[in-house]
Design a binder for this molecule. Structure first.
Ligand code: ADP
Ligand code: ASP
Ligand code: MG
Length: 448
C-alpha cells in the first residue's frame, strides 16, 4: 500500500548551524501541516571538521578536530535541556567520535555521517519540544545504496520499499532523518558525496510519492549566479528542471548535481528558500512560463584540460573511440569535448582529475599521441533557452569577457548552455563581467 506523503523539507548546514537557526527551521516545519519527512544536514562546518579528522596527520590535529565537533554538538544538547530521551544515543555518538581517527573507505563514511546523525537526533527533539509528533529514523533504514563509499549510488527500488514501510509504521508522525547518508545491502553506512543532503531529500520524496520538496538554505532561491560572486545577482522565481539541473551540474552549489534526477522522474516540484527570510524563493518544475534567453551563470572550479594530439587522427576513423575506450577503462568521466583535425581537447570532472589521471593512465594515453594536461582551470557555464540558435550569443559573451583568456569553448551541442574554460584565477571575474553584461542590463524575473 502506498501511503501518500505530501512534503519533504531539507535543512542545510547553515539552517541547523546553532540553536537559533535550528529553532527557525523547526518553526518552518511546524507551520506546514503537510510536513511529512524532514531531512537535516550536519551543522555548518561539522562535516569539514570530520573530513579533517579523517585525514589528520598527527594526534594533536585529530584531537583539535574532535574538540571542535564535541563543542558544537554539546551546544545543542545543553540548549535542548539535556533531555533524558536523548542521553543514550547522544553518549553513544560521542563515544564513537572519541574513538575515531584517520580512516578511509567504509570507516570514513561511518565517521563522516556523524554530523548528520547528531543533527537529526537534535532536530527531532526540537520538533517534539514545539509539540510536533516527530520521530528520528536513521537514514540507514531509508536510503539504500551500493557500496561505493564516499559517492554511493542509490538503489531506487529498495529505497522506495523502505520509505513506504517507514511511512506505514509511523502514520501521523513526522519522520526526521539524516541527509547525505545511506546504507549498503550489508548495513554499512555510506555517503552520497559532499553536499548530498539535497539528493537525499529528492530520493526520499520519490520513494514517498511526495508532491513537493523544499530545500531550505541561506539564500532565497536559485540566483542568476552565486550571489557571492555578483552582489547584484537576483533570485529566479521559477526555473525548469532542465535548466536547474544544468546549473547544478555546472557548479551552482545551492543544489547537489543529482538532486533533480528523482524530482524529474516523478515530476515533483522543488522549492528553494532561505530560513533567514522565508518570503520568496525559487520553484523548479517541469513546465515554466515563457522563454528566457539567459537564465543563470555557474562556476565550477578544479577543472583539468586534457589534450591529445596525433597526426593519426587526420582522415582516419576510430581514433576518438580508442581515446574514449581508454578513459572509460579507467572510469574517467569526460565533461566537455572539442576536436580539431589532429587533436582532441576534453575536460575531466573533479573526481576524474584528482584520482584517475595518475602516471600509469598518462603512460597509456601516450600510446594515442602527445599528451598535454592543464590544471587549475574553471568552467563557466551560461544556461538559458535556445542559446544555440539565437544570433549574437557568442559575440555578447566574448565582448563581455574582454581580455580574459578562454582555452576552450563548447557551444551548440545543447540549446540550454554555453560553456567556457578559463584559468581558475579569472573565474570570479568572468562571472562578474558576464553577469553585469547579460543580466544586470536586462530585466530578470525576480522571486520577490
Ligand atoms: P546548504 O548548507 O544549505 O546546503 P550550500 O552552501 O550547499 O547550502 O549552498 C548554498 C550556497 O550556494 C549559497 O550560499 C551560495 O553562495 C551558493 N550558490 C552558488 N551558486 C548559486 C546560485 N546560482 N544561486 C544561489 N546560491 C548559489
Ligand atoms: N554535511 C554534508 C556536507 O557538508 C552533506 C550536506 O550538507 O549536504 O557535505
Ligand atoms: Mg548544500
Amino acid at each position: 500500500m502506498n501511503i501518500p506523503a505530501s512534503r519533504v523539507l531539507k535543512f542545510g548546514g547553515t539552517s541547523v548551524a546553532d540553536y537559533d537557526a535550528q529553532g527557525r527551521s523547526a518553526q518552518l516545519v511546524a507551520n506546514q501541516p503537510e510536513s511529512r519527512i524532514v531531512v537535516v544536514s550536519a551543522a555548518a562546518g561539522v562535516t569539514n571538521a570530520l573530513v579533517g579528522l579523517s585525514q589528520a596527520k598527527d594526534s594533536a590535529t585529530a584531537e583539535n578536530f574532535r574538540n571542535l565537533i564535541r563543542d558544537r554538538e554539546q551546544h545543542f544538547f545543553d540548549a535542548l535541556g539535556e533531555p533524558d530521551a536523548l542521553k543514550a544515543t547522544y553518549w553513544t555518538l560521542m563515544e564513537e567520535l572519541d574513538a575515531s581517527g584517520p580512516c578511509a573507505g567504509q570507516a570514513r563514511d561511518q565517521l563522516l555521517s556523524l554530523g548528520e546523525r547528531f543533527s537529526s537526533l537534535f532536530f527531532a527533539e526540537r520538533l517534539r519540544q514545539l509539540g510536533m509528533p516527530a520521530v528520528q529514523l536513521p537514514a540507514r533504514f531509508l536510503i539504500a545504496t551500493d557500496s561505493q563509499f564516499g559517492h554511493a549510488e542509490p538503489d531506487v527500488a529498495r529505497t522506495r520499499q523502505q520509505v513506504q514501510v517507514a511511512l506505514n509504521d509511523h502514520q501521523g508522525e513526522i519522520l526526521v532523518t539524516e541527509g547525505f547518508v545511506g546504507a549498503d545491502i550489508d548495513g554499512n553506512l555510506t555517503t552520497l558525496g559532499r553536499g548530498g543532503s539535497d539528493y537525499s531529500a529528492a530520493l526520499l520524496a520519490e520513494g514517498a510519492d511526495a508532491d513537493w520538496v523544499e530545500i531550505w538554505t541561506d539564500v532565497k532561491g536559485l540566483y542568476t549566479t552565486d550571489p557571492r560572486l555578483a552582489p547584484k545577482a537576483r533570485p529566479l522565481a521559477e526555473l525548469s528542471f532542465a535548466q536547474a539541473a544544468e546549473l547544478a551540474t555546472f557548479g551552482a552549489k545551492v543544489l547537489h548535481p543529482k538532486t533533480l534526477w528523482p524530482a524529474m522522474r516523478h515530476d515533483i516540484p522543488v522549492f528553494i528558500g532561505s530560513t533567514l527570510d522565508a518570503s520568496g524563493g525559487t520553484v523548479i518544475r517541469r513546465e515554466v512560463t515563457g522563454e528566457r534567453r539567459y537564465a543563470a551563470l555557474a562556476l565550477r572550479k578544479n577543472q583539468t584540460l586534457l589534450k591529445i594530439t596525433s597526426p593519426e587522427m587526420l582522415y582516419s576513423y576510430g581514433f576518438l573511440a580508442r581515446a574514449f575506450t581508454l578513459l572509460a577503462k579507467h572510469q574517467i568521466s569526460v565533461d566537455l569535448v572539442t576536436t580539431s583535425e589532429i587533436s582532441i581537447a576534453l575536460t575531466l570532472d573533479e573526481r576524474g582529475s584528482e584520482q584517475a589521471l595518475d602516471e600509469s593512465v598518462l603512460e597509456e594515453l601516450k600510446s594515442l599521441g602527445t599528451i598535454e594536461v592543464q590544471e587549475g582551470l574553471a568552467l563557466v557555464a551560461l544556461v538559458g533557452d535556445n542559446l544555440n540558435t539565437t544570433p549574437k550569443v557568442a559575440a555578447e559573451v566574448f565582448d563581455a569577457l574582454g581580455g580574459i583568456n578562454v582555452p576552450l569553448i563548447c557551444h551548440g551541442a545543447s540549446p540550454h548552455n554555453l560553456c567556457l574554460l578559463v584559468e581558475e584565477k579569472d573565474g570570479p571575474q568572468a562571472i562578474a563581467r558576464l553577469h553585469e553584461r547579460l543580466f544586470e542590463r536586462l530585466k530578470i524575473a525576480a522571486a520577490s
